[in-house]
Design a binder for this molecule. Structure first.
Ligand SMILES: [Zn+2]
Length: 242
């Protein structure tokens, strides 16, 4: 499918991710184009990434603070200023009812037309993309979109105790999935995606090498999308939720 884009994004978009930096690897170039076009984008990050990094002298509590600050700085690079961290334990996320309720709460609070989330499917070609936390968050996010956030009888306490009316998200963009059907040209926003990624200093030992690798991945995605030579693209599976 050819890349579309340049169509106006909806006013409100919620990006759900498992760890700090996931958003920046998968979709920061696309997000920059949305905020440039005036969309309000929020991040809901399920863990604080305390299992990341290789420096054993840094306490895990300290790592929570570091990674939240890094993600906040990364978000600014692409025009995102609303972040919420749910505080689930990094490396041990499961698609529980509690996580579905917490994501449904965020959806009802923010009332986004579009949700971006990781894929619940394992990607055999790219092990890192299918991290168990990513799959768990992808599964819970899709369940939160349908049916939890839109059904007044799902998690009735959200309505009864928090006054959160049901909300139907119309469109989901799965990042890192195995069946992309939509490509966004991020050639113009790549520099900001890299700036966002470089904000995750605790996780990156070779930023220049990372930039080279990313340029290669995004160029090959652009080639798959049929974009002109020299283009860079991010891939998504876009679903209409009915
Ligand atoms: Zn991750």
């Amino acid at each position: 499918m050819p890349s579309e884009q340049r169509s106006d994004p909806p006013a409100s978009i919620l990006v759900i991710a498992a760890h700090p930096d996931d958003v920046d690897f998968g979709s920061a170039g696309t997000i920059a184009s949305w905020t440039d076009a005036g969309a309000s984008v929020s991040y809901c990050i399920v863990t604080s990434g305390e299992a990341g990094g290789s420096d054993r002298s840094v306490s895990r509590a300290e790592m929570v603070t570091i990674r939240q600050a890094e993600q906040t700085a990364a978000a600014k690079q692409v025009g995102v200023h609303d972040l919420r961290f749910l505080g689930y334990p990094d490396g041990r996320v499961e698609p529980t009812l509690a996580l579905r309720r917490d994501l449904a709460r965020a959806i009802r609070q923010l009332r986004p037309e579009r949700v971006v989330c990781p894929s619940p499917e394992r990607n055999y070609a790219r092990m890192g993309v299918g991290h168990p936390d990513h799959r768990a968050v992808g599964s819970a996010a899709l369940d939160a979109v349908y049916p939890d956030a839109r059904n007044p009888f799902a998690f009735p306490e959200l309505l009864a105790e928090e006054d959160l009316e049901p909300w139907a998200v119309r469109e989901v963009w799965i990042s890192g999935g195995i069946a992309p059907n939509h490509y966004v040209d991020v050639t113009d926003t790549f520099a900001r995606k890299i700036a966002a990624l470089r904000s995750h200093a605790s996780q990156i030992s070779d930023p220049d090498g990372l930039e080279r690798r990313l340029r290669g991945w995004l160029a090959s995605t652009a080639a798959t999308a049929g974009l002109p030579e020299g283009s860079l693209a991010e891939a998504f599976q876009v679903l209409q939720t009915g």
